[in-house]
Design a protein around this ligand. Sequence first.
Ligand code: ARG
Length: 473
Amino acid sequence: MAEEFQGLWGGRFTKETDTLVRKFNDSLSFDKRLFFADIEGSLAHSSMLSKQGIISEEDGKKIREGLLSIKDDVTSGKLKIEGDYEDIHSFVEAKLTERVGDAGKRLHTGRSRNDQVALDMRLFARSSVVEIRGLLLELLDTILSIMKDNVDTTMPGFTHLQKAQPITLSHHMGAYFEMFSRDCERLTGIYDRMNYSPLGSGALAGTTYPLDREMTAHELSFKGPMRNSIDGVSDRDYLLESLSAMSIIMMHLSRLSEEIIIWNSDEYRFIELDDAYSTGSSIMPQKKNPDIAELVRGKTGRVYGAMMSLFTTMKALPLAYDKDMQEDKEVFFDALDTVKSCIILTNGEIKTASFNKERMKASAGGGFTNATDAADYLVKKGVPFRDAHGIIGRIIIYAIEKGKTLDELTIEEYKGFSESFDNDIYEAIDLKNCVDQRKTTGAPGRVAMLESIKKEEDFLLSLHKLQDTLVGK
Ligand code: ARG
């Protein structure tokens, strides 16, 4: 058999692989995204091999120079990642051998593609997690600035999509701030757990060469080597965790998108999307559609799908490596690209949107959002809460019949329902007062909200600081 057909494992074979089998088996078309991680891993592996005397200093040097020249050529576009190679690992090794001869063939000493791919994917996932985290921080910056600008922007809070109690836009956006900051912290945890090196696990059982796994782990900025070589080649938990975190991020983005879609509707008009972030209709000239929010909502299914796909792939795999695991890549890459673009676009969309404060305030004024406060007023006058609830309920039926809001009823009308009402009822149900009286931690009242914002600011700063260290690695 001709040398060029042998690839990485032709020695044992007397016949060429069937063309369809090759097409089905090969992964270069997608695992080329691991190119830089593959080079990084091989640089560390070759330095360690020569330091340990497993290969000569001279071969080590040739390998490293060869790898760097391949990296440069791919970066400049001089060398394209294509051709008849099974995967990115075969591609790099073949190019290296073309450039540096026999030294190139020594690179794979004490290494298997099983630990190589485990390493490449881990390096790739680790930087992906940092990237997503960085984008979330930009989104959090935007949300916090909307919060700061809208401490006094009264709006209705909803349950069952029915007006419930008055809140502020600052408070509402604060809920999203919490969600996305939890997402950030989740990614930090995942980062910490995945930050161990599988390199040196070999095919599954380590190797007989005196590898220094601490050295390669250190060089690749891992906390240390993975402790079990079987786990080293067969663990994909870090991808599952990342996909789960991405699914949760998408769920949060999707909830926000759904609200943007509702708020942008003609019935609500709480928000006006910037022209740059909306699209028109080919037939209806009046339309300004929230396509971006709809696409984010729609793409959520795709990311959940990626997560379920990999969970299903992994569920019955016997230890250690199985080729099924090659299926981790396309779904992960697709989910990653999707999540990144969805965060970026949502950020731009809310940053450029204008909030219709008057509409929000007017909407909070209708729908009896101050009914709870009216009941609480009676409680303060000594009426038991259950009775107060009943009295206000009857007043609301009456007000609906009269086409009035609670503020518009006269004191005589109030007194008709209970002698406990006085003129101070109007102050108690004034919307701004209703909001500001909610002073408990986490509530929308001005004082509590300013307190939350202060805490969120400090917290966001600490998240940014950690990001700087993660990016610096
Ligand atoms: N393309 C393979 C993957 O993604 C690389 C590892 C191949 N190892 C093997 N023993 N066939 O998993």
